[in-house]
Design a binder for this molecule. Structure first.
Ligand code: AMP
Ligand code: GLY
Length: 422
């Protein structure tokens, strides 16, 4: 198989690392990739959102599978673009149609989808500038804290949790007034759920599905889950509090009706469904759907997947996933992200990275890195993820932390408490 992987973060390095181990992988290209993905294939300077350029590359290089890492090309319809083109429609696209990707691309769509199917989620209302007054009244009539969400994609910044009604009203007006551009022309206001979050990944060919190892990510910049939200500072897998009873509820109440719902909508879905869940009491609720794998969760999920990922993805594209079996590594995985000082605010790039040759016992997955004149340099806020496997997640975190000390770059920062709450 000739494979094109779209994206260039830690998630994509984990995909490239895993897929390149498969005897079925003949050639791997990554667009745009990073210094880490270049160890496993050929980076190509293509934007994942430039469908025409991606299509031309796919034809010229006889690509058989396109694996889409990030959500944006999916929400913009890369699946549909390929299926509508005579020369491209045979290519397997790993990712949903635009209609399926709406689960992530429109929070209002996702909420209505769940409500219609009794999938457990927070109670909500949906507002536009035309019914602003109803939105203000909704804030008056519901408990604090209250959650405001931009309907569309807002680069992970579109969710606000507010503890004061006047502040919530001001934010609603600001959002509907364009605070997040077109993404917040519509706003979902929902009840705050108090519980502990975890991530469930479902691989589906649209008919059958497999549940991948469960993970939990740590999104806040500061120790003890404090400070600003980031793309993710670390993750672990499996998650000790997700037992068989909870997982059965996830499957019966959430996974199964979600797939049935997508089939009813006739929304082709051949890819990953990422369920952002929260355990409230003994029950799971959906916080959000994403139409892709998570980052940094992929950095702990794929190292625990013993099965051949390329074999699974071919089956997804061919509609034969039913015939496959997942093999999962018993050991626990943890990942710790090294980030640039200042992130998720302003930070500098271009700092030389040293000490990778000192790393022992961890897998180094690159996110924001590039090679310039033979020197490895930082090229983003999240720089490198260090993933370790051990008998329990605490030992895995310890191993990643020991290696986090060995890797050096100016203004390196990382959290030392991944898994602290478990
Ligand atoms: P989202 O982008 O929808 O995942 O929201 C970002 C983060 O906001 C989530 O990971 C949660 O930590 C938090 N969040 C979102 N919705 C709720 C809610 N209804 N109750 C509590 N926390 C929430
Ligand atoms: N880890 C959260 C995300 O990928 O959106």
């Amino acid at each position: 198989m000739n494979i094109l992987l779209l994206g260039g973060g830690g998630r994509e390095h984990a995909f490239a690392w895993k897929m390149s181990q498969s005897p079925l992988c003949k050639a791997l290209f990554i667009a745009p990739g990073n210094a880490g993905t270049a160890q496993h294939g050929t980076n190509v300077a293509l934007s994942p959102n430039d469908f025409e350029a991606v299509g031309t590359f796919v034809q010229e290089n006889e690509i058989n599978i396109v694996v889409v890492g990030p959500e944006e090309p999916l929400v913009r319809g890369i699946y549909d673009y390929f299926k509508a083109d005579e020369a491209l429609k045979q290519v397997r696209i790993i990712g949903p149609s635009a209609q399926g990707a709406k689960l992530e691309g429109s929070k209002a769509f996702a909420k209505a989808f769940m409500q219609q199917r009794d999938i457990p989620t927070a109670a909500y209302g949906e507002f536009t500038p035309d019914n602003l007054e109803d939105g203000l009244a909704y804030i008056d009539n519901h408990a604090l804290p209250i959650v405001l969400k931009a309907d569309g994609l807002a680069a992970g910044k579109g969710v606000l949790i507010l503890h004061d009604r006047e502040e919530a009203k001001a934010e609603l007006k600001a959002m509907l007034g364009g605070k997040f551009g077109a993404a917040s022309e519509r706003v979902v206001i929902e009840e705050f759920l108090d519980g502990i979050e975890f991530s469930v990944f479902v691989l589906t060919d649209g008919k059958s599905y497999k549940i991948l190892p469960i993970a939990k990510d740590y999104k806040r910049i500061g120790e003890g889950d404090t400070g600003l939200n980031t793309g993710g500072m670390g993750a672990i897998s499996p998650v000790p509090f997700v037992d068989d009873t909870l997982l059965k509820k996830v499957e019966n109440w959430i996974v199964s009706p979600t797939l049935t719902g997508l089939q009813e909508l006739e929304a082709p879905y051949e890819g990953f469904i990422f369920l952002g869940l929260i355990k409230v009491g003994d029950d799971p609720y959906v916080i959000e759907y994403n139409c892709r794998m998570g980052d940094p969760e992929t950095e702990v999920v794929f190292p625990r997947l013993k099965s051949d990922l390329v074999d699974l993805l071919i089956a997804v594209g061919d509609g034969t996933l039913d015939s496959k079996k997942l093999e999962i590594e018993e050991q626990s995985a943890a990942t710790v992200f090294l980030v640039s000082g200042g992130y998720p605010g302003a930070y500098q790039k271009g700092k030389a990275i040293t000490g990778l040759d000192q790393v022992a016992g961890s897998l180094v997955l690159h996110a924001g890195t590039k090679t310039e004149e033979g020197i490895l340099k930082t090229n983003g806020g999240r720089v490198l993820a260090l993933t370790s496997l051990a008998d329990n997640f605490k030992e895995a975190v310890s191993c990643s932390l020991a290696n986090a000390e060995r890797v050096q770059f100016d203004q390196k920062y990382f959290r030392t408490d991944i898994g602290f709450d478990l």
